[in-house]
Design a protein. Structure first.
Length: 473
């Protein structure tokens, strides 16, 4: 696996990185194990101070980080700046709230004495993260687990090595101890070896189903805990009384943000028939106004895709959809620029036999469905092996929430653009994965929830748990 930064706008090879050696992996595992032992006796509050310093250092180097992200994978510079700031927000939030969240929880019990649940670290974690949000994906695992006291080893995507190393360096420069987050340019075999190592107690992955299956398999064979955030076929439901000005303002952004390369992008637009024609026309108009160009230029509004292969794969998917009967109502034309640009495209007439109905398209392609009832909209939204997120637009937000509650996903936003904040849990169901990141749920993902029962002396009359307190003859 070659780790290299290839600017998807200029197609220039910017920098290449050597693969991690087995000896470097061994050293990282041992450093992490040693740090885990030190973390056991360190007050959570002390790590909170360091994490606040991490947030400050991120903000101090914000433009440098954002520029590296854009050159690595093509993200608009303005979007990269937003991602960097979100990382600082996440770090600050967990620094502020973790001590309280990790306090022992008293348990009401009829047992003799008192009981509580303590929250302890478990050990070194293996992180496998994707290219599309190279900083955010790191921070939403790092921040809560650093506060818990779990050291981490990072294997990032092969096309965003500069971003991965920069974030690891920033964390170290801010005062985090060596081993808190170690970025390694690992092979897949080395990832498996790390998961199998007794010093590693869990693995967190965001990525493809294929990657998730491989990591989950290795972890399962070794009885290690995992969290998985995989793909998505998120629906964007437009009910017949929705405010169409709001819908128009949000729909195109929800598909084209990050050039459509986002698990929680709205990929399936499910629209009631009385507003369907208006919706399609508005989406066409919005798509037609985007401006491809240098993603570092603030005037650019359509970024290139992250790699040449990603663009080619998406084109193949669109061609297959068309061959299966899909209609192109906008787009699917070449963009005369050297970068890996894909023209925003709208497909309709996609039936259940069309591969576009079941296959995630990771790029600026929208599939639009017409439905006649809310029940049909809900059934169509749930007709997917994925279950990550979704959006519902309704005239009444309470009714929109009623519809949202019937959608089989981990997250739904009503009358708004989807967004991420540290206090909101992130994750899905079905083939979209399991477990949650962010929020208190993410804080507890890799925690030993240890029961401690305290009594001044034994209760010889307690028969619970099969204990028969009888005197020997």
């Amino acid at each position: 696996m070659a780790y290299k930064t290839i600017n998807p706008y200029t197609n220039e090879v910017v920098k290449e990185y050597s693969n991690t050696t087995d000896q470097e992996l061994e050293e990282a595992l041992q450093i992490g194990k040693n740090l885990y032992e030190k973390f056991k006796t360190q007050p959570v509050k002390e790590r909170g101070k360091i994490l606040h310093d991490v947030a400050a250092k991120i903000r101090e180097q914000a433009d440098e980080l954002a520029r590296a992200c854009t050159i690595d994978m093509g993200k608009l510079f303005t979007e990269a700046q937003g991602e960097v700031e979100l990382c600082a927000i996440i770090a600050d939030w967990f620094a502020d709230h973790s001590e309280e969240m990790l306090k022992p929880e008293p348990v009401e019990t009829s047992a003799h004495g008192t009981a509580e649940i303590q929250h302890h670290a478990t050990g070194v974690l293996m992180m496998v993260e994707p290219w599309n949000f190279p900083y955010y994906q790191i921070m939403r695992v790092f921040a809560p687990n650093f506060m818990v006291g779990n050291p981490m080893i990072l294997k990032h995507a092969s096309n965003t090595p500069t971003s991965a190393q920069m974030m690891a360096d920033v964390i170290l420069e801010a005062g985090a101890p060596k081993g808190a987050l170690t970025n390694l340019f690992m092979t897949y075999d080395q990832v498996t070896a790390a998961i199998e190592d007794s010093r590693v107690q869990g693995a967190a992955l965001t990525g493809s189903e294929r990657g998730g299956e491989a990591v989950a398999s290795a972890a399962g064979k070794n009885l290690k805990k995992t969290t998985m955030e995989l793909g998505g076929m998120d629906s964007f439901i437009v009910l017949d009384d929705a405010n169409m000005d709001d819908v128009s303002n949000i729909a195109w952004r929800s598909r084209l943000y990050n050039a459509g390369q986002e698990c929680t992008s709205s990929k399936r637009f499910i629209v009631m028939e009385n507003v369907y024609d208006e919706f399609v026309e508005q989406l066409k108009e919005s798509f037609s106004k985007v401006k491809p160009g240098d993603p570092l230029d603030p005037k650019t509004t359509l970024a290139p895709m992250n790699t040449k292969k990603a663009k080619e794969d998406l084109q193949e998917q669109v061609d297959e959809a068309i061959n299966a009967g899909a209609k192109v109502v906008y787009g699917n034309e070449p963009i005369d620029l050297p970068g890996q640009f894909f023209m925003p495209t709208i497909l309709t007439n996609v039936d259940r036999d069309n591969p576009a109905h079941t296959t995630e398209m990771f790029g600026p392609v929208a599939v639009v469905y017409k439905v006649s009832t809310e029940e049909e909209a809900i059934e169509l939204a749930n007709d997917s092996s994925y279950g990550l997120g979704g959006i519902v637009f309704a005239g009444d937000s309470e009714h929109g929430a009623e519809v949202a509650s019937q959608i089989e996903t981990g997250m739904v936003f009503v009358n708004d653009f989807r967004y991420s904040l540290p206090e909101l849990p992130f994750g899905g169901v079905k083939r979209s994965g399991y477990g949650r990141e962010m929020n208190r749920l993410g804080q507890m993902a890799f925690v030993n929830e240890k029961l401690i029962v305290k009594a001044d002396r034994p209760d010889m009359n307690n028969l619970a748990g099969g204990l028969i307190a009888t005197d020997p003859e």
